[in-house]
Structure formats: C-alpha cells, structure tokens
Ligand binder design. Structure first.
Ligand code: FAD
Ligand code: A2P
Length: 275
C-alpha cells in the first residue's frame, strides 16, 4: 500500500505540469442546471469582449477534455469568468460542476468568435438576443464600455424556461448602473428584457413570438427592426438561432462576419444533439 502510494506520488511529481492550467478563484451555483466560475487570467491573454476559448479538465486517461466557452467577463477584468450549464452525463460538465476555489482547469489562450463589435457596421441601437447560457458572451459585452460608446441604445433580451434561470443575467444587469468602472458609460442607454416560457413571470413568451407580434417593440417604445439603425448579436440553441435569423433577414438585416461586417452576427450557445 505504502509502496503504491509512493509510486503514484513519484509519477505525479515527474509528470509535466498541466499545460495552460489556471486556478479557480470563485464558484457560484444558481440552479441544478447552471453555475458560474472565475479563474485567474493568463497574463498574456488578450481577447475581444464576446469571444470564446477552449477550457476543460483532464479525463480519466490524463488527456485534456476541452469544450468551447464564451468568456463572460469583460476584457478589462483581471480574472476570467465563465457561465456554465450542468449536463448530468456530459463528459465535461458532469465533472466541471464540482470544481472549487483552488482547483485548476485547462484554458487554451486562443480566443475566437463572431460576437464582436468589429463584425458589425456602425449603428444607433444594438440588440443582444440570448437564450439560456447564450447570455454568456453578452455578460462580457454588457460590461464593456465600448458597447455604450458605439451605440445610443443597448437592448438585452434573455429568454429562459424558468425565472431562476434568469438570475445570473439579472444580477449582472442590475450591477451595471452602480458599477464604478462602467456605470457612467451605461447611463440610461441599457434596456433589459427578460422573458420566461415555462414559468409565470412578468413577461412570458419566446422572444421570436414577441418580435413577430410587435410586443417587444411596443413594450420598449422603439420602432420595429430597421437595417439603417439597428444591429443585432444572437446567441442560443441552433433552433433559436435559425428562427431569429429568419426574422432579422425578413426585416432587411444581413449576417456579417469579422471579415465582412454587416447588420447582425450569430453564434451557437452549444452544439445540440445530432447537430
Ligand atoms: P456535451 O457532450 O458537450 O453536450 C451534451 C449535450 O448537452 C449537447 O448535445 C446539448 O444537447 C447539451 N448542452 C451542451 N451545452 C449546453 C448549454 N450550454 N446549454 C444547454 N444545453 C447544452 N456552454 C456553456 O455552458 N457556457 C458557455 O459559455 C458556452 N459557450 C459555448 C460557445 C460555443 C462557440 C460553443 C460551440 C459551445 C459553447 N458551450 C457553452 C457549450 C460547451 O462547449 C459544452 O457543450 C458544454 O459545456 C457541455 O459539455 P459536456 O462535455 O458536459 O457535454
Ligand atoms: P421553450 O420553453 O418554448 O422551448 P433551452 O433551455 O431548451 O435551450 O431553451 C431556452 C429558452 O429558449 C426557452 O425559454 C425556450 O422556449 C427558448 N427557445 C427554444 N427554442 C426556441 C426557438 N426555436 N425560438 C425561440 N425560442 C426558443
């Protein structure tokens, strides 16, 4: 027994250090499906708010098990924040959900993504349309002064099944006005439009329905979508992304990319079963 222990320890000491390891500093659980966590930021990591990186843990065979994650913190933050689903038998999140401060995760410092300001032409009003964990890239963009410098109005919609699933986003939005760093940039530019689909709340319904029947615009007191003035970023399930893309295109907005900025950009919040 003692021998086995010492062999294991010996191997561990000789093993190369975990590549790209970062230390977890904080973990917050919201529901049995959702949590957020913060990790130390690699000194060399630069990213644009809205981008994602690959993060993960070692699997049972000592191989990195990595998944794409939007960076939820803004680019000025000293730490990195992530907002995560807990998939009960998900290869990564069935284990990631148990991390605690002091633990290490793998973080590949190569940020990429389409939900960046540079992928959009200048406009007056920007819509961030999120469902579920699709809020994560907007948690970064909402805390970036650049967002408020570029637009007169910033509208974030977040649709979840239940009220509790809105908590992470609501807390971030509510913290913005008094934030010593970006409160003055936010001013009265930001509008928050949370909706639920499966539990009673002040505003019920899929955002696609609320766009189609004009409720969103009537509630906010803004004109319908207009490619001259309006820009949009979308992050949700594939089905959601496809449905909202059709509505944006019907209104005359065109999908852009880093290499060719236009009126809206889309990113999947996750890759669904069989997609
Ligand atoms: P997987 O084998 O990856 O997934 C199993 C199944 O769980 C999927 O088929 C899908 O049906 C479901 N699922 C996976 N992720 C989600 C989710 N986020 N919401 C609802 N259902 C899901 N996930 C996050 O939690 N936060 C993020 O910020 C995030 N950013 C992403 C950015 C991009 C560009 C992409 C492509 C994915 C992102 N994901 C994010 C999803 C993430 O990469 C993993 O799929 C997720 O962490 C689950 O990993 P897993 O190994 O446990 O299960
Ligand atoms: P619904 O409850 O009507 O399916 P999920 O947790 O499944 O990713 O869903 C997150 C939120 O996105 C839910 O409120 C869900 O509504 C909504 N949603 C799912 N698919 C679509 C879609 N195709 N168009 C609009 N909203 C959608």
């Amino acid at each position: 027994m003692t021998e086995l222990k010492s062999v294991t320890l010996d191997r561990a000491l000789k093993a190369p250090a975990l590549p790209d390891a970062q230390t977890v500093t904080k973990v917050t659980h919201y529901t049995d499906r959702l949590f957020s966590f913060r990790v130390a930021r690699p000194q060399s990591l630069r990213f644009r708010s809205g981008e994602f990186v690959m993060i993960g843990l070692l699997d049972d065979n000592g191989r990195p098990l990595l998944r794409a994650y939007s960076i939820a913190s803004p680019s000025w933050d000293e730490e990195l924040e992530f907002y995560s689903i807990k998939v009960p038998d998900g290869p990564l999140t069935s284990r990631l959900q148990h991390i605690q401060p002091g633990d290490q995760i793998i973080l590949r410092p190569k940020p990429v993504g389409t939900l960046v300001h540079d992928a959009l032409l200048p406009g007056k009003r920007i819509y961030f349309f999120a469902t579920g964990t699709g809020f994560a890239p907007f948690a970064s963009l909402l805390r970036d002064p650049d967002t408020y410098e570029r637009y007169d109005q910033v509208i974030i919609t977040h649709t979840c099944r239940d009220v509790a699933e809105l908590t992470y986003g609501r807390e971030i939005v509510e913290s913005l006005a008094d934030d010593p760093l970006i409160g003055e940039f936010v001013g009265d530019k930001l509008r928050y439009y949370p909706t639920t689909t499966r539990e009673q709340s002040p505003k019920m319904g899929r955002i696609t329905t609320l766009i189609e029947n004009g409720t969103l615009f009537a509630d906010l007191g803004v004109p319908p979508l207009n490619p001259e003035t309006d820009r949009a970023m979308v992050c949700g399930s594939l089905a959601f992304n496809l449905d909202i893309k059709a509505l944006l295109e019907k209104a005359g907005l065109r999908e852009g990319a880093n290499s060719e900025p236009k009126e809206f950009v889309i990113e999947k919040a996750f890759v669904g079963d069989g997609v």
